[in-house]
Write a protein that binds this ligand. Structure first.
Ligand code: TYD
Ligand code: MG
Length: 454
């Protein structure tokens, strides 16, 4: 019986049942190769005849000591890493071009080097002179970091074999190319193979590797997503270009909590740590204005206060606009629908704009009530008192659900001078414990009490 052959495209991963010069999936030429599954082998030689070596099994109870960590000395970075850098770990730092990844990682390399690690920074995008210029600007010229400008993966691996650093930074993974793969640097197969080679090499040799990945909008080069599953930790560096705030967010971490954030400020001399993000996010807040509400949120393990701003205006169009920056558009639609159907407050015929001040992206459902408050405040043109924070999740029935870390949110609010809070009702707590806290069972009572309508 003829052996069933399969072929797949090395660029897009599409499978085909015959070879051809051009992949129908992605349109690339000469990317289709024959798959040879490990288990099948040549005819007659099925699984049983050629054995692999035996695999050692162990118990779940096997004792492992927690991995040793090295602190960079940049607290915001250490926290996002889960308490410092784990030896032999692979980390991906993704972000838009120009957001500050190279700046952050050069500063991180210098800090690790200062703490006794041997650090190598490989730039595939800039010459060593350019990196030195940046180091000069960052006041790091005396740091013992070693530099290389190289894109050939084979050369880099040979250099790492000789140098045996504790940490290597590859800036960026999209510029690396393996000479055993025919496609261009930045293609899916190159990025995947470069990341695979580097992470495997690093694990074998016990060195930590940080890969920089550009987020690409046009899809011409492969984005960092295809590398995410190969690494232990995925960090995204976010922020608005026009703003000086930058947020380093852990979206995956095998060695610590995900969703932790580190906050930085881009200054003329590099990235500066922001140890009190709440104060920073609220620093530009003026007098209480309709549409502005302070939300007591939690980012990772830290409470963070941010301002939600809403603007509601009659629309000149048949289809009103819903524009959101820093929050989920679907969630906004849900809250508008709940306000409309449970509280009879229509938003049809009104454009709605919602913005999270400072460039933070909030994903907690606990912000629901703050969003509703901002929308209502803007619509009714009534300002929420300046000393009040708001949080709580809204369910589709219009009920308010309590959220985690109640005390922590209130504590942070108090620390920043907010004496009042509007929250969902909690089952066991009495409002006597928190003098300034008004607990509400549902959205209708919230609307009635705060806006005197509904
Ligand atoms: P960069 O680290 O090159 O971004 P990425 O590697 O993510 O592409 O940062 C580029 C921007 O940062 C650039 O617009 C200039 C700005 N910058 C500062 O504002 N201050 C500094 O000290 C440095 C080094 C850069
Ligand atoms: Mg860069």
């Amino acid at each position: 019986m003829a052996k069933a052959q399969t072929f797949s495209c090395t660029a897009c991963g599409a499978t085909h049942n015959k070879w051809s010069g051009r992949c129908e999936g992605c349109g690339d030429w000469n990317t289709i190769v024959e798959d040879t599954p490990l288990s099948s082998g040549p005819a007659k030689q099925s699984l049983g005849s050629k054995r692999g070596s035996s695999v050692v099994l162990s118990d779940l109870s096997t004792k492992e000591t927690p991995p040793p960590r090295t602190h960079s000395g940049i607290d915001e970075l250490d926290r996002v890493l889960g308490g410092g850098l784990v030896a032999a770990s692979a980390i991906l730092v993704g972000g838009d071009p120009g957001i500050g990844k190279s700046t952050l990682l050069l500063q991180a390399a210098a800090s690790f080097a200062q703490n006794g690690l041997k650090a190598i920074y490989v730039s595939g995008e800039e010459s060593t002179a350019q990196v030195r210029m940046r180091a000069h600007r960052l006041n790091l010229t005396q740091s013992p970091v070693k530099l290389a400008a190289e894109t050939n993966l084979r050369n880099i691996l040979t250099m790492l074999e000789v140098e045996k650093p504790d940490i290597v930074i590859i800036d960026s993974i999209q510029t690396m190319w393996a000479d055993n793969i025919a496609s261009a640097p930045g293609s899916v197969s190159q990025v995947r193979s470069a990341a695979h080679e580097l992470t495997n090499f690093a694990k074998r040799k016990g060195m930590a590797v940080i890969l920089v990945g550009h987020v690409t909008k046009d899809g011409q080069i492969a984005g960092p997503r295809i590398v995410e599953h190969m690494v232990d930790t995925v960090l995204y560096f976010e922020g608005e270009r026009g703003h000086q705030f930058r947020i380093l967010r852990a979206v995956k971490n095998r060695f610590g909590p995900a969703d932790e954030i580190g906050v930085f400020e881009m200054t003329g001399g590099g990235l500066a740590e922001v140890t009190n993000p709440s104060a920073l996010f609220l620093s530009e807040r003026d007098e209480p204005a309709p549409g502005s509400v302070v939300f007591a949120g939690i980012e990772g393990t830290r409470p963070v206060l941010v301002e939600f701003q809403a603007l509601v205006a009659p629309t000149p169009h048949s289809q009103p606009r819903r524009t959101v920056v820093g929050w989920d558009g679907g969630r906004l639609a849900m809250i508008l629908a709940v306000l409309e159907s449970r509280c009879s407050i229509p938003f049809s015929g009104l454009d709605v704009y919602l913005n999270v001040a400072g460039g933070l992206k909030v994903s907690e459902p606990a912000a629901d009530l703050a969003v509703a408050a901002a929308l209502l405040s803007a619509r009714e043109d009534i300002a929420i008192p300046a000393d009040t924070v708001v949080f709580g999740e809204i369910s589709l029935s219009g009920a308010l659900r309590s959220v985690g870390q109640f005390e922590n949110r209130l504590k942070e609010a108090k620390k920043l001078g907010f004496s009042k809070a509007i929250t969902p009702t909690r089952s066991k707590e009495t409002s006597g414990d928190h003098p300034g806290v008004r607990q509400m069972p549902d959205l209708t009572s919230f609307v009635g009490e705060i806006f005197g309508a509904g």
